[in-house]
Design a protein around this ligand. Structure first.
Ligand SMILES: Nc1nc2c(ncn2[C@@H]2O[C@H](COP(=O)(O)OP(=O)(O)O)[C@@H](O)[C@H]2O)c(=O)[nH]1
Ligand SMILES: [Mg+2]
Length: 402
């Protein structure tokens, strides 16, 4: 309560000193959008950052979110929390699902000022970013129907994402060579000098202002990305209703057709996708291997056995985008009495994430950003995780020698 009062005072001071008229002093960062009423929201005179999480599926978007959050904090602009872009099989256009559908807005705002995209467009956009004066930011122009333009709405998910908020762009701004690394170099000063908030109250990025995988300096921000109560308790209830009482091992088997293709690049990309989470950002812990990306059934069995023994598990929870190996694992663990579980089809990926996050031991895929989400969350909670094929016997030996 004390914090709320103080922050409100700061907002009023900022607003008055910048001649912003406030109708109602509401500290937007202190409330979840669930509780959003029809009140107005104080304008942040330091400006806003908007972006489309236009690359990849959930894991990639989560990596980008952490980077964008770090970036917004560095620039001292309010981050507009974008909805998640979700691809529904059989549907032509992706869905956009509110940030707060899964996560607590209040937790993110413990780190930095944020507002949901829904609230931004309901309550702020007309004043700050009126129709007719909307600029899209891109590093460099993108090919598309318009010459020398970000073509920010060209293609999917770009078009459907902005259309969900009735956004059309009136101009483009290429900001290269500015970058997003606010932890090193002169990025903060460069952005502030090139795009001061009084001239550019809103910077709307065509893609996320962040790197993939998430920059090492931003990994810890996962602490502020907390499942909301509905999702957290959905996970707890599922486990209670389906698993026997006792410790369980959670495993992620990433083995769909897209993954088979992705793993073919392991040889030429020693730090493929999220591999830095176990190998280090400069491959300090070795190079990505085929086994790490696409473990054999034997290796899976060996590691699950080890994990089960370690935590005295009574059950194994399997999450997968394709093949859960239920028969294989069921047969191998039959004698031991350890039971194997999965969600019924169609499995909800977010529920998989919650359940994996709470397991007593997690074995994930080091290359996958879906696994990386679980690993980061567990690190925040101090829970143990390991990866398929890592360390490989060779890597383990090399490390011991060091
Ligand atoms: N339900 C479910 N879906 C998964 C699982 N693994 C991958 N997927 C789906 O495949 C997508 C993989 O893309 P992404 O999240 O970017 O992770 P990455 O490709 O593994 O780095 C996820 O977002 C899910 O939609 C899983 O264990 N369970
Ligand atoms: Mg992906």
């Amino acid at each position: 309560m004390k914090r709320r009062t103080l922050t409100t005072k700061i907002f009023i001071w900022l607003a008055v000193s910048n001649c912003v008229i406030l109708q109602d002093h509401i500290e937007n960062a202190d409330k979840d959008s669930d509780s959003a009423k029809s009140e107005d929201i104080a304008i942040d005179v330091n400006g806003y950052i908007l972006y489309c999480p236009c690359m990849g599926r959930f894991g990639n978007q989560a990596d980008h979110f952490l980077g964008a959050l770090g970036f917004a904090k560095g620039l001292n602009r309010t981050l507009v929390l974008p909805p998640w872009i979700q691809y529904v099989p059989g549907r032509r256009f992706p869905d956009v699902t509110s940030f707060s559908y899964y996560f607590k807005v209040s937790s993110v705002s413990e780190f930095h000022r944020v507002v949901t995209m829904e609230d931004f467009f309901d309550k702020l956009a007309d004043k700050l970013w009126p129709v007719g004066g909307r600029t899209a930011f891109c590093y460099t122009t993108r090919n598309g129907p318009e010459e020398n333009s970000c073509n920010a709405k060209d293609g999917s998910p770009f078009g459907p994402f902005w259309s969900a908020f009735d956004v059309n762009f009136d101009s483009s701004e290429s900001y290269g060579p500015l970058n997003y690394d606010i932890h090193h170099g002169t990025a903060i000063a460069d952005w502030t000098e090139s795009y001061p908030p009084h001239k550019w109250p809103v910077i709307a990025f065509t893609g996320a202002p962040a790197s993939f995988p998430v920059q090492t300096d931003n990994v810890g921000l996962h602490k502020y990305l907390e499942w909301n109560d509905v999702f957290a308790s959905r996970g707890v209830s599922w486990v209670k209703a389906n698993l026997p009482l006792g410790p369980y091992v959670g495993i992620h088997l990433r083995n769909g057709v897209d993954w088979i293709k992705a793993c073919e690049h392991v040889g030429s990309s020693p730090n493929l996708f999220s591999a830095a989470q176990c190998l280090g950002y400069r491959n300090e812990m070795g190079k990505a291997t085929k086994e790490m990306c696409f473990p054999t059934p034997d290796l899976i069995l060996k590691q699950v056995r080890r994990a089960v023994k370690q935590v005295k598990a009574v059950a194994v929870y399997v999450a997968s985008d394709n093949e859960h190996m239920m028969d294989f694992l069921g047969k191998k663990f039959k004698k031991s009495g350890v039971k194997i579980f999965k969600q019924q089809d169609p499995a909800d990926p977010h529920l998989d994430l919650v359940i994996l996050g709470k397991s007593n031991h997690f074995v994930g895929n080091c290359i996958s950003s879906f696994s990386a989400f679980v690993k980061r969350e567990r690190d925040v909670d101090g829970l143990p995780s390991s990866f398929w094929g890592f360390p490989s016997p060779k890597q383990a030996a090399a490390h011991t020698e060091l």
